[in-house]
Structure formats: structure tokens, C-alpha cells
Design a protein around this ligand. Structure first.
Ligand code: URC
Length: 285
């Protein structure tokens, strides 16, 4: 029986990094969770030889040292710096992925901040040899329309009880990831992020929806139309159901005014929207 080592990678997950820039009385703050994963010639490590293993503890230290040495700018840029460093300095490492989640704070004063309702910003950077590949994203963007949403005309079978809706609440918590066509081309990381975020929100607001699936496609399409630097958008949209409460027992009507918001189970609508001529992704993401 021949047994062989399959795909493997290793790294430090969820390094919590807070960087303050104390440049005068007005401080700047960035708050990130950074995960590093490395792969390469690591077969020996799986047989007890650590001579090619850069410890995950060192990877964590590198995150903090780079934060001091180079500052923490846009998550994509900081991730590229780290991933490139691991591939270029470690002979056994040929592939590095750095995953960054930026937790948003809004300013209250020169050195005071409040954790924001803004979405979490994400970046996933992959470096192999000379090539770099970037996926940006967001999560925790909760959106709700109180009307302009219907759901009917669906399949009915012996188990269907759902009443048709001609006017319902549509709510979701957007998780979006989008793949850059070419790293370093087009707008800045920050303005691209803002552009995609705004496009997703605009499409959610402006689409008269017959299903969350239709809204998903409208959101992804709008982001691609507005931001030429991205090739593909993947969306995960939980349907945050709001059901009308039956107030008849109290002698009251309910003209789409009183709802119960439920958290589970929930519909989960997922989809990818991409350009016809998008080059295939060079890496799984
Ligand atoms: O927008 C929706 N899409 C569905 O597929 C679905 N299924 C369901 O029960 N409610 C909804 N709403």
C-alpha cells in the first residue's frame, strides 16, 4: 500500500494586531486580524524534520514587526508585503496566503474611537513565485428594504405552505468577496473598496426584487459595471426573514406593520457574478 502526503499548508491564524500612529495629537488607528498560511517543500516536516519549517510563532512576530517597521496601510498592501516576504526569504516556501480582516472604528476625537457599524473589510493575498493575486471583500453589511420586495410564482408541491408575498421586508447580511483582475492596476485599494461597497448597496436599494437571488445578481452586476478592476464577485446572502405577526386574536389588523424577525433557520442564497471575458482565477479562493 503506497501512502503519500497530499496538499498541506501551515501558518499562524488570527493574529490580532492594533496599530496606532502617534504622529502629533491626532492619532490614527488600524485594527486587524491577520492569518498567515504557507506551503512549499514541506514533506520532510511531516516526517519529523523541522529544518525547513519557519515556526508559526515567527510568522506572528513578523506581522507585528512589519506593523512597526512599515506601518499598516490598506489591508491588501500590508498582506502583499507579508506574503512576498515569506516567499522571498524562505527557500522552502513557494506559496503564501495572508488573510486580513479589518475591524472598523470611527473617530470620536483626536485619540478616541468607537467600534463602528460599518462592515468588516477583508483582503486575501496569495503570492506564488513572481505572481500575486488579491481578493478583497466585506462582511457584516446588514441591509433591509421595507418594501419593493415580492416572492411568488415559485414551485408548489405537497409540502409547500409559504404564502405568496406581494409586499414583504427584504433583509440580508452581505458577505462579498471580489477578485482583482490584475494586482496594482486601477484605483487605489481604498477607493476600489468604497466603490464596490457603494455599488452593492445602491443595487440593493434600487432593485425592485422578486427574490433575493435576483437582488444578488443585480448587486454583483452593479459592482462589475462600476469597477472595471474586478473580474468576479462572490456573494453570500442569508435571507433574514421577517414574518408578519398575526394580530387578529387581539382584534387588530396588520397591514405590513408588525413583524417578528427570526434568526434561524434562514434561507441562504449564494452566487458568483463574473465578466464573460474574465480570465479564470489563477488560484482557488
Ligand atoms: O427571495 C427568496 N428566495 C427564495 O428562494 C425563497 N424561498 C423562500 O422560502 N423564501 C424565499 N425568498
Amino acid at each position: 500500500m503506497a501512502i503519500t502526503l497530499g496538499a498541506n499548508r501551515y501558518g499562524k491564524a488570527e493574529v490580532r494586531l492594533v496599530r496606532v500612529v502617534r504622529d502629533g495629537p491626532r492619532h490614527e488607528l488600524r485594527d486587524l486580524t491577520v492569518s498567515v498560511a504557507l506551503a512549499g517543500d514541506l514533506a520532510a516536516a511531516h516526517e519529523g524534520d523541522n529544518s525547513g519549517v519557519l515556526p508559526t510563532d515567527t510568522q506572528k512576530n513578523t506581522v507585528y514587526a512589519f506593523a512597526k517597521r512599515y506601518g499598516v496601510g490598506e489591508p491588501e498592501a500590508f498582506g502583499l508585503l507579508l506574503a512576498r516576504h515569506f516567499v522571498d526569504t524562505q527557500p522552502t516556501i513557494h506559496w503564501a496566503r495572508v488573510d486580513l480582516a479589518e475591524h472598523p472604528w470611527s473617530r470620536l476625537g483626536p485619540h478616541s474611537f468607537a467600534r463602528d457599524g460599518a462592515p468588516t473589510r477583508h483582503a486575501t493575498v496569495t503570492v506564488t513565485g513572481d505572481a500575486s493575486h488579491v481578493v478583497s471583500g466585506l462582511s457584516g453589511l446588514v441591509l433591509l428594504n421595507t418594501t419593493d420586495s415580492e416572492f411568488h410564482g415559485y414551485v408548489r408541491d405537497g409540502y409547500t405552505t409559504l404564502p405568496e408575498a406581494t409586499d414583504r421586508i427584504l433583509a440580508t447580511e452581505v458577505e462579498a468577496r471580489w477578485r482583482w483582475t490584475e494586482v496594482g492596476s486601477g484605483p487605489s485599494w481604498a477607493s476600489s473598496f468604497q466603490g464596490v461597497r457603494d455599488a452593492l448597496v445602491e443595487a440593493f436599494v434600487e432593485t425592485y426584487s422578486y427574490s433575493l437571488q435576483q437582488t444578488l445578481y443585480a448587486m454583483g452586476s452593479r459592482a462589475l459595471e462600476k469597477q472595471p478592476e474586478i473580474a468576479e464577485v462572490r456573494l453570500v446572502l442569508p435571507n433574514k426573514h421577517h414574518f408578519l405577526v398575526d394580530l387578529a386574536p387581539f382584534g387588530l389588523g396588520n397591514d405590513n406593520e408588525v413583524y417578528v424577525a427570526t434568526d434561524r433557520p434562514y434561507g441562504l442564497i449564494e452566487g458568483t457574478v463574473l465578466r464573460d471575458d474574465a480570465a479564470p482565477a489563477p488560484e482557488a479562493w
